[in-house]
Design a protein around this ligand. Structure first.
Ligand code: DX5
Ligand code: ZN
Length: 217
């Protein structure tokens, strides 16, 4: 089943616990946590204290998307607070192999994110065997509520072909501008994990579960 990852960047931060608990009845759901440093992207979000408190009020997996310079500096400060998946941006790192190994020591799942302007072929094929998830950014990182960039579809198709070629099982996650109109084409192309912020959170909280399910159809 397709995993849906509500992006709490779009949630009501003054009522975060209620926002999180609104998804208690959904299954195959991750909470997508955008960690921004104000340098790699021109925006700041939240840190360990907020993540740790979210983990206390949900049993859903926590998916941390680090839009930061020097992601290696965050491995130890964010460990042991309930994060399941640690995704870093390919573009922000020089020594990818050692970073992946280091993340694996402390987190069950490791992901690589790629910006819209980065060609998918920059990732050497052997790397796909080392990771659990590839995040295709379908907007430029930093802000919610932007429009989906259609060229992302070609990257998803390429990743699906890599999975088939090497018989691999990594998740293909897509992030940015996702709604019930474009989700079917993403799933058809090979996406297995859809992040959605404003599409879900612009509604009343009693509608969140239904909005999640509408993305799987
Ligand atoms: C953007 C973030 C996204 C964002 C998606 O930099 O990585 O996770 O919250 O928000 P929507 O779904 O509103 O585009
Ligand atoms: Zn994100």
């Amino acid at each position: 089943m397709i995993t849906i990852a509500p992006s709490i960047l779009a949630s009501d931060f003054l009522n975060l616990q209620t926002e999180i608990e609104a998804f208690d009845g959904n299954s195959n759901l991750w909470f997508h946590l955008d960690i921004m440093d104000g340098h790699y992207v021109p925006n700041l979000t939240f840190g360990q204290t907020v993540v740790k408190n979210i983990s206390k009020v949900t049993s859903h997996k926590l998916d941390a998307h680090f839009m930061v310079n020097n992601p290696e500096d965050y491995i130890s400060s964010f460990k042991d607070i309930g994060i399941y998946n640690f995704t870093f941006h390919w573009e922000s790192v020089t020594h990818h192999d050692s970073l992946i190994s280091e993340i694996k020591k402390h987190y069950p799942s490791v992901g690589i994110a790629l910006n819209p302007g980065t060609d998918i072929t920059v990732i050497p094929e052997y790397i796909f065997k080392e990771i659990d998830l590839i995040l295709i950014m379908s907007v430029n990182p930093g802000f919610g509520g932007q429009s989906f960039i259609p060229s992302s579809l070609e990257k998803i198709k390429y990743l699906k072909s890599i999975k088939e070629k090497f018989n691999l099982n990594f998740q293909i996650q897509v992030d940015g501008g996702i709604n019930d109109q474009n989700a079917p084409s993403l799933i058809k192309a090979g996406a297995t994990n859809l992040v959605a912020g404003s599409y879900i959170f612009k509604n009343n909280s009693n509608e969140y579960p239904k909005k999640v399910e509408s993305l799987r159809k």
